[in-house]
Design a protein around this ligand. Structure first.
Ligand SMILES: *Cc1c(COP(=O)(O)O)cnc(C)c1O
Length: 382
């Protein structure tokens, strides 16, 4: 690799580049000769055209979830969608108890902690060493006053995939609302809100080749699930989320979802082959261990511990490969990842772990380069 080349990007779980087809759609909504109108302007064609684009996007996002388009609420991203789901259901009077897990994304964990600080009782179910949350553990945590259960579909650090359909069914049987953060799985694993008994689902565009700063929350309509707004204003989005709709962002999320549905099988096959090729390189390094189940895992994720090497040092030395230690949100601190801790990885091994995630634009050459570089750097540091 020559000195001017950018590092190889293997951090698709942190964010993805925007697909050129998505960018093309978005750029049609910005300039004076494009559809720049305010979708809430009902008195002229500028508004009508923008509103039509927003409603088309709603159809594509809903289709990815097998949902009614009217059940999609636009947000500024999945952090907001997770906040709206947890705080919104609890504040709407859902009850006095919340069940979630100890390895959720911070958007869920910190929302749960906030609610706990206001007096809500919260049970944090622990995942097993395989990185999976047992449906039976969730069932055991549900009480008569439980307002909501929130369990992520796929974990953002270890890529392990929970059986949300089993959890959804048991929540429905107990009459408890079920939220899942599907940010990492959306576009990779099929979801169907009716079949899987999902009441609330969080999505983010920038994890699926859309732009940063937009996401969505699916909110069940039948029977209606009360969700208290966290943002007050003009009463947009059926009163659940006020604020002028960001047409270009929403159109970007819609196109990202349309492409994800179209390309899902082919993308997954490509990514799984690249991921396995990368693992074939890495597993030859002595003292290498995969964190979490390989079987129940996203097709693009590896999270690997390299015994006797410090992860931060490894990360710094790997200046031509862009990967992450723990999750991107916590990489500013030196605390071991709360996810790896939650699945019982000892702190020294958690500190020596890297997350490597491939994506739509990864090539076999990049994977071979990265695999060789990681091996060289690990050997050099030991
Ligand atoms: C990235 C991520 C989020 C936050 O999404 P933003 O749109 O960046 O706010 C939430 N949950 C999971 C699992 C994520 O990976």
């Amino acid at each position: 690799m020559n000195e001017n080349a950018k590092p190889v990007y293997l951090d698709y779980a942190a964010t993805t580049p925007v697909d050129p087809r998505v960018a093309a759609k978005m750029s049609g909504c910005l300039l004076a000769d494009g559809d720049f109108g305010n979708p809430a302007s009902t008195s002229h064609a500028f508004g009508w055209n923008a509103a039509e684009l927003v409603e088309d996007a709603r159809v594509h996002v809903a289709a990815l979830l097998g949902a009614d388009p009217r059940a999609i609420v636009w947000t500024s991203g999945a952090t907001e969608a997770d906040n709206l789901a947890l705080k919104g259901v609890v504040e709407a009077g859902g009850g006095g108890h919340l069940v979630t897990t100890s390895y959720e994304h911070k958007a869920v964990l910190d929302s749960a902690e906030h609610l706990a600080s206001q007096g809500l009782e919260v049970t944090f179910v622990a995942p097993g060493p395989d990185g999976l949350v047992a449906p039976s553990a969730v069932a055991a945590a549900i009480r008569d006053d439980t307002a909501l259960v929130s369990v992520m579909h796929a974990n953002n650090e270890i890529g392990c995939v929970n059986d949300v359909a089993a959890i959804g069914r048991l929540c429905r049987a107990r009459g408890v609302a079920f939220h899942t953060d599907a940010v990492q799985s959306a576009g990779k694993l099929p979801l169907d809100v009716d079949r899987d008994c999902l009441d609330l689902v969080s999505l983010s565009a920038h994890k699926m080749y859309g732009p940063k700063g937009v996401g969505a929350l699916y909110v069940r309509r039948e029977p209606p699930l009360p969700v208290a707004a966290q943002m007050h204003g003009g009463g947009h989005e059926r009163g659940m989320r006020s604020g002028t709709l960001a047409t270009h962002q929403i159109v970007g999320l819609g196109e990202a979802c349309r492409l994800a549905a179209l390309d899902m099988a082919a993308d997954n096959r490509r990514m799984a082959a690249l991921r396995d090729r990368l693992w074939a390189h890495l597993k030859q390094i002595p003292g290498t261990r995969l964190n979490g189940s390989m079987e129940h895992r996203l097709p693009n994720n590896l999270n690997v511990a390299f015994a006797d090497v410090d992860g931060e040092t490894l990360l710094m030395a790997l200046d031509d490969v862009a990967v992450s230690s723990g999750s991107a949100c916590t990489s500013a601190t030196v605390e071991p990842s709360h996810v790896l801790r939650a699945i019982g990885v000892p702190d020294e091994l958690a500190q020596s772990s890297l997350r490597l995630t491939v994506g739509r634009f990864t090539t076999a050459d990049e994977v071979d380069f990265a695999g060789r570089r990681v091996a060289e750097v690990v050997h050099a540091l030991r």
